[in-house]
Design a protein around this ligand. Structure first.
Ligand code: UDP
Ligand code: UDP
Length: 465
């Protein structure tokens, strides 16, 4: 008698680094459990994905062409390549054209008797649910957000008509949610301020919400010790008793190594040279946010003036350090213009703080490594994440936004960096984040809450197919 083939899972990430990377980690976690994984992507995203996944027979990449659509520059197959986030609606429209090739993939799997036990696809690829239903395959949605931020945005979306008439500073009372802080409209993504409910982006997000609701369940990159109290609020948005599966921080399953930074990377060497542990503040705004060059000037001056050592990662192609600042601060700071291995920086003993835009992956990575955050949210649900980090988890502080121009000045940056790295508030946040970091590691260890949840998820899926 031959042994049973391994269960098969199809993973379809959205083409943005922050959405793809955690699903690659999930692929590795599944692989460690003997599951066969097929990842679907497009040609120019394939090389980066191949860098991260192990070369072994149980994991494979299926590449489908990226559609050409009007208004989207050719070759833009990842949101990190968009010249402006204004092009996001065109990008989303383009990804909808992937439905037919996706259907062909599932049809071929069906014809060869290899249908997966589930498809895990990004919430931006909500239409995958329609195709999954055609083949009777359960679809799990991955949003890349935390439990509370998802529960808040979903509840607020239902309340949107009421929210439009509020002012930014009004405290919101969202039914079904017990919040650890006073929430205002200013904490929500910008779309909650826009009264026009008939634009294509609004329609797209509404449709995505319906697809989420009709899915078999939600995969959440978080852990119950951190956000368990909000799980039932989130699950109330899933029909037919579908569950929210907290299986994170997914990055911590990674026993096979992650990223491509070798020890000879300058920034790792530079960190190794630092004599004092926890003395460096790492500054990065993720893979999407565009920070103006004027703001970068203020930031660089502020960091320099704080007297603390720093690594500043810059995506702007036009920014040059003002007045020879790069030279002056060489001893104290490192400016990096490439993709860095963020996790290695955060895990390095020399790193003691993270000035972050609060993308959810960055938040989780910082928590996991026990590094307190200085929150500087930029867009999407990042303001919400910042609030959750500072007032909910109490593992960080927020950059003060006071000036009408939206520019945060060098003095303010200097003061808040000093407070995080050397002040009383920073000390408290550090103590708390170290506790949270230990909980995170425990959650993914054998028998931990997330590890158990992942095992239970696979068992439930294997039984249902
Ligand atoms: N990242 C990285 N190196 C960089 C920039 C980003 O490794 O130079 C990783 C980071 O560790 C995180 C992801 O890219 O896993 C960014 O996701 P996040 O949710 O923090 O922000 P987004 O880029 O989606 O705004
Ligand atoms: N990169 C990487 N891992 C990632 C994302 C990017 O190694 O997860 C590399 C990528 O191959 C490219 C560089 O980092 O060579 C810059 O990537 P980004 O997506 O930021 O593109 P850019 O905006 O610089 O064109």
């Amino acid at each position: 008698m031959g042994s049973l083939p391994p269960p098969h899972v199809v993973i379809f990430p959205f083409m943005a680094q922050g959405h793809t990377l955690p699903l690659l980690d999930l692929s590795k976690a599944l692989l460690c459990r003997g599951i066969k994984v097929t990842i679907i992507t497009t040609p120019s995203n394939a090389p980066t994905i191949l860098q991260y996944i192990p070369k072994q027979p149980l994991i494979s990449l299926t590449v489908i062409p990226f559609p050409v659509v009007e208004g989207l520059p050719k070759g833009c197959e990842n949101t990190s390549h968009l010249p402006s986030m204004d092009l996001m609606p065109s990008f989303l429209t383009a990804t909808m054209e992937l439905q037919q090739p996706f259907e062909r993939i599932l049809r071929e799997m069906s014809d060869t008797g290899c249908l997966p036990i589930c498809v895990i696809s990004d919430f931006f690829l909500g239409w995958t649910l329609v195709t999954c239903r055609l083949f009777g395959v359960p679809r799990l949605v991955f949003t890349g957000m935390g439990v509370l931020s998802m529960a808040i945005t979903k509840t607020a979306w239902e309340q949107k008509p009421n929210l439009i008439s509020k002012s930014d500073s009004d405290t919101l009372d969202l039914p079904g949610l017990t919040l650890p802080f006073a929430l205002t409209r200013a904490d929500l993504p910008d779309s909650f301020r826009v009264p026009d409910c008939d634009d294509s982006f609004h329609r797209f997000i509404s449709a995505v919400g319906h697809y989420d609701a009709g899915s078999w369940g939600v995969i959440v990159n978080s852990f119950t010790e951190l956000e368990g109290v909000h799980v039932s609020a989130l699950e109330s948005f899933i029909e037919n008793g579908g569950k929210a599966w907290c299986v994170g921080p997914i990055l911590l399953y990674d026993e096979m190594g992650y990223g491509s930074a070798s020890d000879n990377q300058l920034y790792i060497q530079w960190l190794d040279e630092q004599a004092v542990s926890g003395s460096v503040i790492y500054v990065s705004f993720g893979s999407q946010a565009h920070v103006s060059d004027t703001q970068l000037d203020e930031l660089a001056f502020g960091l320099h003036k704080s007297g603390h050592r720093f690594i500043l990662v810059i995506r702007s192609k036009t920014w040059t350090p003002p007045d020879g600042l790069e030279e002056i601060s060489k001893e104290k700071g490192l400016i990096v213009r490439d993709w860095v291995d963020q996790r290695r920086i955060l895990a390095h003993p020399a790193t003691g703080g993270f000035l972050s835009h609060c993308g959810w992956n960055s938040v989780l990575e910082s928590l996991s490594m026990g590094v307190p955050l200085l929150a500087w949210p930029m867009m999407a649900e990042q303001r919400l994440n910042a609030k959750i980090v500072v007032e909910g988890f109490e593992v960080g502080m927020c950059v003060p936004f006071g000036e009408k121009s939206g520019l945060v000045g060098r003095e303010a940056i200097c003061d808040v960096v000093r407070e995080l790295m050397g002040g009383e508030k920073g000390r408290k946040a550090r103590e708390r984040v170290e506790v949270v970091g230990r909980m995170a590691k425990k959650a993914v260890q054998k028998g931990g809450s997330s590890d158990n949840s992942l095992t239970e998820l696979i068992e439930s899926l294997s039984l249902s197919t």
